[in-house]
Design a protein around this ligand. Sequence first.
Ligand code: SF4
Length: 346
Amino acid sequence: MSVELTREDLAKYPFCREAVKYVKDVGLDLQDLFKPGYRVILERAVKRVRAAIELGKINTDLSDVDVELLSYPASLFILSIIAEPPLYRRYAVAEAKRIYEELKLEDDLKVKYLAESNFKWNVKIIGLGLFELHFQDYLKIAPSFRALNWKLVNRDLSGGWVKVSRGELSRLISEMVKLSIIGKSESIVSNLELPESFRKTVDELKRLYEGYRRVFSFEEEYKGPVVEEAFPPCIRRILSSLLKGESLPHMARFALTSFLVNVGKSVDDIVSLFNLTADFSENITRYQVEHIAGFRGSRKKYTPPSCSTLRTFGLCFPEDDLCRRVKHPLMYYKLKVKGRGRKSGR
Ligand code: SF4
């Protein structure tokens, strides 16, 4: 069944081929952006970049769908003038989040269509909000996620097809868009003749970016590789129960979430892990994870319970010598990561 995309759809999904054709047909030239009649597009593009820098998040604005759609290539143009690859990454993540949020609300046919027509993936709808994606297509993108639930060995795989929820397919699509935006950072054009007023706007964005540069690099470094092989036995045991779809007692959920938050897993990755539980509610889970990560309420980031507390709750399963030497699961993780580094000569 074919799917007709509306202009609103094109504004929400400016990466899709229909949107690209629409922009081409409009015949918008980069130099046009500096004409007074196009100022509104440039302003919206600046807002997109600004939101990515300040909030790491862009909201869709459909008050004028043409402006929304045309501001997308215009914002990529601005990034190419600023010519900072980390800013491209920041922007790409913010666009990917926006697209993911939009896709999750779409009907299954549209999500399937966007995946097939833009990336040539093989997708089947097998139930409400449930799809199968051919494993070869799955492997093109899923390995870029670090969470264990994205690993092919942990997936429901049958006859070469991987079962994915609508949320997961949306995540895979948005990741493709993210990677394609990051890829554009290789074609930076910073030597264009720019009108004075636009040059000023770009300089302002550059200054804003400079102010956040250290925060970005801290975030990128902090998120750095999470070494799953170094997880302590208690956390591995809880994680494995979760991946099997077993329901977890409150203390186990808290221990797992707070541990993952402290070793640098993103809120999105942690939320998608809980996606496998029978009683999963994305809103409730996200709220709880953000609370534990210190993004809500008291703004306090929680640390996991100590070994003695986990023992009291029947969640301690010591397996090796290291467990005898530590009093806290995070200490186990740190020592194990250090030990690995020494072995590999880092
Ligand atoms: S001793 Fe500590 S780190 Fe080891 S399994 Fe028990 S709770 Fe986890």
